[in-house]
Design a protein around this ligand. Structure first.
Ligand SMILES: [Zn+2]
Length: 63
């Protein structure tokens, strides 16, 4: 998701220029979005548990 072409509803300037508080707020919010923001916390916990279980299995087999 790029915000380069987003135009601010408050000042009508590109949000990426950060000309007004609304722009800056939107810019910060969009910059915080990473590849993992779509995952909910429960999915992250499940992923972590599976990862730990897999590591435990590997440790058992190599010991
Ligand atoms: Zn603005």
């Amino acid at each position: 998701m790029t915000y380069d072409r987003l135009v601010c509803a408050n000042c009508a300037a590109p949000v990426s220029q950060g000309r007004c508080p609304v722009c800056r707020a939107n810019r910060e919010r969009l910059q915080q979005e990473g590849p993992f923001t779509d995952l909910n916390p429960m999915a992250l916990i499940v992923l972590l548990v599976v990862l730990v279980a897999a590591l435990a299995l590997v440790a058992q087999q190599t010991a």
